[in-house]
Design a protein around this ligand. Structure first.
Ligand SMILES: [Fe+2]
Ligand SMILES: [Fe+2]
Length: 185
């Protein structure tokens, strides 16, 4: 009897352990899924480009809304904020420091400053009611500013930096960046 009770406790404990493992595995699977499109590109610059396109899509969708689409606007702003936060962590924790290591301190600092302004835009928009007429014009200003930053990264800074990096170092940055993205995905 005693043995059986212990056995039942053992089964319960095992069940709890499995439940705990599943509970932990689920967020990891979700994270892996969220990072998959970026990781699949196999290159840090391509991954960042793909993320730029995704966030632009969310902006275009948000700019197509009206004052009546309050819920949709809130949802799209949350999507934009989430995507930009993950993207910024990847650039700020890996790519910009690598640029600094390679003597591009001024460019890296200017990009970090842009990111600070982007965070301010997100804060401002969160403080404007999505039904307010100011919401759209603030979002448009935000988007214009962000696109200038994106164009600078994609057309000028990243191609030059990528070309200057040995292939093995680029591969190392890609792996490091994907890990940063996975952590915050
Ligand atoms: Fe950036
Ligand atoms: Fe970027």
């Amino acid at each position: 009897m005693q043995t059986r009770t212990n056995g039942q406790y053992g089964q319960l404990a095992a069940g709890a352990a499995i439940g705990l493992a599943a509970g932990l595995a689920l967020p990891l699977a979700r994270k892996a899924l969220m990072q998959a499109p970026s990781a699949a590109t196999g290159d840090w610059a391509e991954a960042l480009k793909a993320e730029h396109r995704l966030v632009e899509k969310a902006f275009e969708a948000a700019l197509a809304t009206t004052e009546d689409d309050v819920m949709k606007r809130d949802m799209l702003l949350a999507k934009i904020a989430y995507a930009l936060t993950k993207h910024a962590i990847q650039e700020e924790n890996v790519i910009y420091p690598a640029m600094m290591q390679h003597g591009q301190q001024d460019q890296a600092r200017a990009l970090i400053e842009d990111h600070g302004r982007i965070k301010t835009f997100i804060f401002e928009l969160r403080n404007i009611d999505a039904g307010d007429v100011m919401w759209r014009s603030t979002l448009q200003g935000f988007y214009d500013d962000l696109r200038t930053h994106i164009r600078e990264e994609e057309d000028v800074i990243f191609p030059a930096f990528h070309a200057a990096l040995p292939e093995a170092e680029s591969a190392r940055l890609t792996a490091m960046m994907n890990w940063e993205g996975f952590k915050v995905a």
